[in-house]
Design a protein around this ligand. Structure first.
Ligand code: BQF
Length: 292
């Protein structure tokens, strides 16, 4: 069984980006700039934005974080997006989701200039991805594709089963792996809560992508011997032995599933760190595009 090390792979990518930023600097070009908009105090969101900000700093990006109170109006958030759309030092805009309920997330996403949409959530970019055009791929699906690439796991001709149909993971990763491209070309099934028996589908997977949002949703009896398991779940479980009071677990019953798999991503340290690395890749690309 191969342990797919997302933490190490993301560090490799971060080092590559650092080199690219140094090159931009040497050539007298503008360094990539990323703006974060964080509304409210959701602890997971605060920690994600902190982690992304640190990653920017490490690779030499310019970044700004606008932290707004939970009561901020939709109008004010839209105005801030507009400000960053018009700021030439900012190449990427990341609005941390979820937003408070009184703000229409879709409206905010659509306010972002698609050329600065480094999360790849704007309908224009989602549409481009779906028809195989060059665009910003959303960071988690992109991270999964990049992990498979760097571990020489070629999805071409394989049966990929995605469990989960969210707009941020399930739907885009299924669409990406479906593309007629050398790094994709898989036969893709998307299973979800509407299925009578999820295991009927998961047992047929050569590559199983779990994006369910529930601990232990995927157990050993649900997978084929030798399958590749990509665990996208990030679930917080109470744990009094940790100083944070919680630990992270994925959607997969890791200890039992790993024995039966040929390769598996751990949580933490699997897909999560790759999400951050690909945000940096997208932001670098946004900056390079603006230099052209
Ligand atoms: C790790 C996210 C759900 C909803 C909104 C490293 C992250 C997570 C785990 C991280 C996520 C999940 C992010 C690990 C960003 C991934 O070591 O396993 C990094 O920061 N993520 C987010 O910004 O919004 C989310 C999940």
């Amino acid at each position: 069984m191969i342990m797919i090390d997302g933490k190490q792979t993301s560090q490799t990518i971060r080092n590559e980006i650092k080199v690219a930023v140094e090159k931009l600097k040497k050539e007298g070009k503008q360094i990539p700039g990323l703006a974060f908009i964080l509304v409210g105090n959701n602890p997971a969101s605060v920690s994600y934005v902190t982690g992304k900000g640190k990653a920017c700093e490490e690779v030499g990006f310019y970044s700004v974080t606008e932290r707004l109170p939970a009561e901020t109006s939709e109008t004010d958030v839209l105005a801030l997006v507009q400000k960053f759309n018009n700021d030439s030092a900012i190449h990427g805009i990341l609005v941390q989701l979820p937003l408070p309920k009184h703000i229409d997330e879709q409206k905010v996403i659509e306010a972002i200039n698609p050329k600065k949409d480094v999360d790849g959530f704007h309908p224009i970019n989602v549409g481009k991805m779906m028809i195989g055009l060059e665009t910003f791929y959303s960071c988690t699906p992109f991270g999964i594709v990049e992990l498979l690439k760097r571990y020489n796991i070629n999805p071409s001709g394989k049966h990929v089963v995605v469990v989960g149909r969210s707009n941020i993971v399930g739907k885009p990763v299924a669409n990406m792996l479906l593309q007629k491209k050398e790094w994709a070309n898989a036969v893709v099934t998307v299973a979800h809560t509407g299925a009578k028996d999820i295991s009927y589908y998961t047992k047929q997977a050569d590559i199983l992508i779990a994006a369910v949002g529930k601990p232990n949703a995927i157990t050993a009896d649900m997978i084929k011997e030798g399958a590749v398991i990509i665990d996208v779940g990030i679930n917080r479980i109470d744990d009094v032995t940790k100083k944070t009071g919680f630990r992270l677990v994925g959607d997969v019953d890791f200890e039992n599933v790993k024995e039966k798999s040929s390769a598996i991503t751990p949580v933490p340290g699997g897909v999560g760190p790759m999400t951050i690395a690909m945000l940096l890749v997208n932001t670098l690309k946004a900056a390079e595009n603006s230099n052209q």
